[in-house]
Design a protein. Structure first.
Length: 318
């Protein structure tokens, strides 16, 4: 098992502190994706990694060096149990990066959690620690999570690919749950907003039921919508059993929302419909060269006209 410890004590500097513990190979390489699945552009996440250090079991510092833009080599011929520590600058208020400040902590592991070469199939465990003043924050994620102590969460992933395709957020959150075709769904909103939760729940439930019925079944056992309400940001990113959404708070339904949804609210419903549809088209049915992502470089495909185009047609139609 790979064990990651995530801390936010330096949130005012927008830093995430990561401690990674593992049993190393004789000469161990570590790497970070250059792009995140679902957002088809090279992001060079490694540029935000700072102060990488490595230690053996006795606390002695080991040599670790960066030898490519997204790769580090640990020189470890005499030691097995290793601790690697580093900081991540997290000030990208989007669904593809990570962002921490005094209002919420949003983490995409793709740009925060280093991978170990040849150990990508190992189980991953994240211990997430909140500063004392934020211990009331709750967590939203598609990963298995539990909390035995206030302000501390344990998240688990079967392997590295599941980890980096499962963002999580800790914040003051408005949430509601519902079932669609027997599948449990959770909807979480962070940020300032005045949402008509009853209206949103009724409409989102219809969308989810319709899409499951279109495909005949669902490729997930549960699902989480994570929504950040902002001034004017807009976007979404799909994941196997969750989606991250960022939206202008004015697009969320108000208490006086008319029976026929406003244009702004329809745009938000279309965004939810779009990312949910991707659970089938892209996450489950995907281009051949996306079956096993090469996250070190570009993966070219001429099929986005299907995977994005068909989805964009059906999102508003539904």
């Amino acid at each position: 098992m790979l064990h990651y410890q995530i801390e936010f004590d330096d949130y005012q500097q927008h830093l995430i502190h990561v401690t990674l513990r593992f049993v190393a190979n004789p000469t161990q390489e570590l790497w970070l994706p250059t792009w995140i699945p679902g957002s088809y552009l090279i992001r060079e996440f490694a540029k935000h990694i700072e102060s990488v250090k490595a230690y053996d079991e006795a606390g002695r510092q080991l040599k670790i060096s960066k030898f490519e833009k997204n790769k580090w080599r640990l020189f470890n011929t005499d030691h097995e149990l290793i601790t690697v520590e580093y900081d991540v600058y997290a000030y990208d208020l989007s669904v593809r990066g990570s962002y921490v400040d005094q209002t919420h902590f949003y983490v995409n592991p793709a740009c925060v959690c280093l991978a170990l070469k040849d150990q990508e199939e190992a189980e991953c465990e994240l211990e997430v620690f909140l500063p004392d003043e934020f211990k009331h924050f709750t967590v939203a994620t598609g990963l298995t999570s539990k909390s035995l102590v206030k302000g501390r969460y344990t998240l688990k992933a079967d392997n590295y690919m599941q980890l980096i395709d499962s963002p999580f957020e800790l914040a003051d959150q408005t949430r509601f749950s519902f079932e669609a075709e027997g599948i449990q769904h959770e909807f979480v909103i962070s940020g300032k907003h005045a949402t008509n939760v009853e209206r949103l729940q009724a409409d989102i439930q219809k969308i989810c039921q319709t899409e499951i019925q279109i495909f005949g079944s669902a490729p997930f056992k549960n699902y989480v919508f994570m929504t950040m309400a902002t001034g004017n940001s807009y976007g979404g990113l799909e994941h196997p059993n969750s989606t991250s959404l960022i939206t202008p708070r004015d697009d969320l339904p108000k208490a006086n929302e008319p029976e026929e949804p406003s244009e702004d609210y329809q745009r938000f419903l279309g965004l939810c419909s779009h990312e949910y549809f991707h659970s089938w088209l892209v996450k489950y049915i995907r281009p051949e060269n996306f079956v096993n992502y090469d996250l070190h470089k570009e993966s070219y495909t001429s099929l986005l006209w299907i995977f994005e185009g068909f989805t964009s047609y059906y999102d508003d139609l539904i």
